[in-house]
Write a protein of this length. Sequence first.
Length: 299
Amino acid sequence: MSISASPLHPFFAARIEGVDLTKPLPAGLFAEIEAAFNQNAVLVFPNQPLTDEQQIAFSRLFGPLETSPYYTGERRRRLEHAEVSDISNLDPDGRIMAADNPRRLYNLGNQLWHTDSSFKYKPARASLLSARVVPPQGGDTEFADMRAAYDALPEEKKRQLEGLVAEHSILHSRSQHGFTDFHDEIRQELPPVPQLVVRTHPGSKRKTLYLASHASHVLGWKTDEGRRLIRELIEFATQPRFVYRHRWAVGDLVMWDDRCTMHRGRPYDEAKYTRDMHRTTVSDEVNSVERERGARYAA
């Protein structure tokens, strides 16, 4: 038994068929999936009606899972497992959230280009998003290939970026759309962290930009100059030639490599339609600066 991988974009992303993720995977089949993941960075598995338990089991094959904290003051979960993030417009009672719901306002930040958990000292390796209910229009997700974007940079720009470290913060990214309603625990648990601007992707050994809306500034640079550089790089990396847009269908499981892609959700009529997506996130287990330099970073 073998998987089938069909390209979805000239640079990255592939549709994977020939596997049933509701069942335990033979080692050989998982090795094929992991190789496809390292090559393509975004994998689309159609027709996978997963339970949360099945999604967790598949995700854990790639490494330890993050748990979803309470970013706002809301202390009730709609979903049972802390390893599953609720990427929906539903409140804990399963109703469409009110316009002023803090979690809804927090989630608006997902419409900015970002890579998951770069604001954590140990950021994400991979994210897996399962479509349970999708709106009839809108709500797509766009992905940008940061390896291809790096390859396309002028050599002079590549030399300029080598060794640069940016500070990432969830408070910075959410402030860009006016959200500041974090509870005190989050401010203490998730202080700003350093991440390389250019890193080597472990699976493919290719260099990649590592950017996000979470990136506040470049350490050692004047704040305004560093922010201009980050904006410039994000604009370059999100040109249409580097972007794959996924139109969701119920049962899709989409997996992406947070170390070499950015993504953003697109708007939909969230006051009218339900969009219920369940995400698991695999930890990269080590900070990007530590991975490259072999020592804990000290600013």
